[in-house]
Design a protein around this ligand. Structure first.
Ligand code: HEC
Length: 147
C-alpha cells in the first residue's frame, strides 16, 4: 500500500514536471527585440505570456491562433477600441496604438505569434508598412476622400 502510494506520488511528480516543461516551450529567443518591446510596453497590460497583467487584459490565445496575420499587425499598430464584454459593466477596455517604428512592430507581432499562439511566422517592417498603407486607403475609401 505504502509502496503503491509512493509509486503514485512519483508518477504525479513526473507528470507535473513534463507538463510544466512542455507548457513553457517558447520557440522565440528571450533576448530578441520582439521580447524586449513586449517586456517594455505590452507586459503591463498582457502579463508575461499574455495571461493579463496588472490591468488584466489577457491576449486571447484562442483568437490569436486563427487570426489573419495582417489583422494582428493592424491591431498592434493601430490599437483596438475594445468590445463590450459581459462582465465589463459598460467600460470599454481598449488598446492604444503601439508607439514603435515599423521594424519594432514587426518584431513584437512575430514574438506574440510565436510565443503565445505557437505559430511560426516571419513579419518584416515592409509588411507593417503595407498593412498601415492598406488601412489608410480603406479609411479614405470609406470617407469618400481621394488620397
Ligand atoms: C493599455 C493596455 C494595453 C497595452 C499596453 C497593450 N495592449 Fe494589447 N490589448 C489590450 C486590450 C484591452 C485588448 C482587447 C481589445 C478589444 O477587445 O478590442 C488587446 C488586444 C490585443 C490583441 C488581440 C487579441 C485579443 O485578445 O483581443 C493582441 C494580439 C495584442 N493586444 C497584443 C499587444 C501587444 C503585442 C502589445 C505591445 C506592443 C499590446 N497588446 C499592448 C490592451 C493593451
Amino acid at each position: 500500500m505504502i509502496r503503491n502510494t509512493a509509486l503514485f506520488l512519483g508518477l504525479v511528480a513526473i507528470a507535473a514536471v513534463v507538463w510544466s516543461v512542455s507548457g513553457d516551450a517558447v520557440p522565440e529567443p528571450p533576448n530578441g527585440r520582439g521580447a524586449a518591446v513586449y517586456r517594455e510596453y505590452c507586459f503591463r497590460c498582457h502579463g508575461t505570456n499574455g495571461e493579463g497583467g496588472e490591468g488584466r487584459y489577457p491576449i486571447r490565445e484562442h483568437l490569436l491562433v486563427s487570426m489573419d496575420v495582417d489583422t494582428v499587425i493592424s491591431t498592434i499598430a493601430f490599437g483596438a477600441s475594445g468590445a463590450l464584454r459581459p462582465n465589463d459593466q459598460g467600460v470599454r477596455k481598449g488598446m492604444p496604438p503601439a508607439p514603435y517604428n515599423d521594424a519594432d512592430v514587426a518584431e513584437v507581432t512575430a514574438y506574440v505569434m510565436r510565443s503565445i499562439a505557437k505559430r511560426s511566422v516571419t513579419i518584416t517592417a515592409e509588411d507593417v508598412a503595407r498593412v498601415k498603407r492598406e488601412h489608410l486607403e480603406a479609411l479614405r475609401r470609406r470617407l469618400g476622400t481621394a488620397n
